[in-house]
Design a protein around this ligand. Structure first.
Ligand code: MRU
Length: 361
């Protein structure tokens, strides 16, 4: 399906490894200083890992949660519960995982897929097989993301001109997207096809996913990259130093309104003002077919500690009040195209998204 080969694919950035009963997550809190794994062998480990952002980025959160719920299915099916009690305990585990991060819709989507498979297995009285079915579905979701990442990267690379200077925000690389990357996959594919591109990376306060993770991934691949503070993009655009912007997304409504890491909206408004194309790259699992527009996308509010400190060191006066919305919503009219595994979706998004999702408009 894809012309990208395993040669150009960088397996080192895959954030998840698994074996039945054990899920190993690259501990993204420790990068770029240390590449190490966090072992999730219990339900609470995975709840912690997603909430505390050991694993992060909407698609990776979905894949990790799918394996986490498969882990739960295995644990519960070994307890010899009757079907009703099994399903009740399973639903509870599902709900706890679902509540860990509210904005990334991939989480709900992946948990639903595992739940359907488990409910079917329970209905057919295959208690011993339930965990196998669940793990198989989680592996399928993982593989679908690997494939989607590659397709997105190829479609997106066609939008990138020779010598393009690209701006990106947060981390939509292999760590976040579970594969070749979405926004960063497009950048990788353009780089490896010899387009001589370069990247401006927003540091992405408060958690600095840009400086810590995106810079790390770009350096692994030797892609020319320059770190900037989030407030510098307007100045660079005014100087004519940015040709296009590509970011990922955490939830996309049916009209194309797209939630992504806080600060993305600023970038989109600036790009619009400077007539620079602003693209979103995301798999179809990031679309929320239940939402007509972005108004009802839940925005996660995280601890104010993330704002008043950097890596545990205070950056302001003691007792300072701080506000920390984790995401913002970029209105569809600011988005030149949404790059998916089904191709590049263009306005009118209501139509193009409905076609891609194979749902009624
Ligand atoms: O809070 P995070 O780090 O989980 O943020 C989500 C993201 O990684 C980004 O918003 C990203 O750009 C989209 S997910 C590939």
């Amino acid at each position: 399906m894809s012309a990208l080969t395993s040669k150009s694919y960088h397996p080192g950035v895959l954030p998840i490894k698994f074996e039945p009963g054990r899920i190993m997550l690259v501990d993204q809190r420790k990068l770029p200083h240390e590449l190490c794994y966090f072992d999730a062998t219990e339900h609470d480990d995975m709840v912690f890992a997603i909430r505390d952002m050991v694993v992060r980025g909407a698609p990776s959160i979905g894949v990790a949660a799918a394996f986490g719920l498969a882990l739960d299915a295995g644990r519960l099916s070994s307890l010899n519960l009757n079907k009703l009690d099994f399903l009740k305990a399973f639903a509870q585990a599902n709900a706890e995982l679902n509540e860990t991060r509210p904005t990334a819709v991939n989480l709900r989507w992946a948990l639903q897929r595992i739940s359907v498979v488990v409910a079917q297995a329970a209905d057919h009285d295959y208690p011993g097989e339930i965990a196998n079915f669940a793990y198989k579905e989680a592996e399928k979701i993982f593989q679908e993301h690997l494939d989607a990442n590659l397709a997105i990267s190829e479609f997106g690379a066609q939008l990138v001109n020779e010598g393009a200077r690209i701006s990106t925000h947060c981390n939509a690389g292999g760590l976040a997207a579970c594969g070749y990357g979405t926004a960063l996959g497009v950048i990788r594919a353009a780089h490896f096809s010899g387009k001589n591109i370069s990247v401006y990376v927003d540091e992405t306060r408060p958690r600095n996913q840009g400086s810590k993770l995106t810079m790390w991934e770009l350096h692994q691949d030797g892609i020319p990259s320059t770190l900037i503070c989030d407030s510098m993009s307007g100045h660079l655009m005014m100087q004519g130093k940015i040709d296009l912007v590509i970011t990922g997304a955490d939830r996309i409504a049916r009209n194309g309104d797209s939630a992504n890491k806080i600060g993305t909206y600023n970038l989109a408004v600036l790009a619009h003002h400077h007539k620079i194309p602003f693209y979103i790259a995301a798999p179809l699992s990031t679309f929320d077919s239940e939402l007509i527009d972005g108004k009802n996308i839940p925005i996660e509010e995280r601890s104010s500690l993330e704002v008043v400190t950097i890596d545990g060191v205070a950056t302001t006066v003691p007792g300072a009040r701080a506000y920390n919305p984790g995401f913002d919503v970029t209105p569809a009219e600011l988005i030149a195209g949404i790059i998916t595994e089904a191709g590049v979706l263009r306005p009118d998004y209501k139509n193009s998204i409905a076609r891609a999702l194979k749902i009624e408009n």
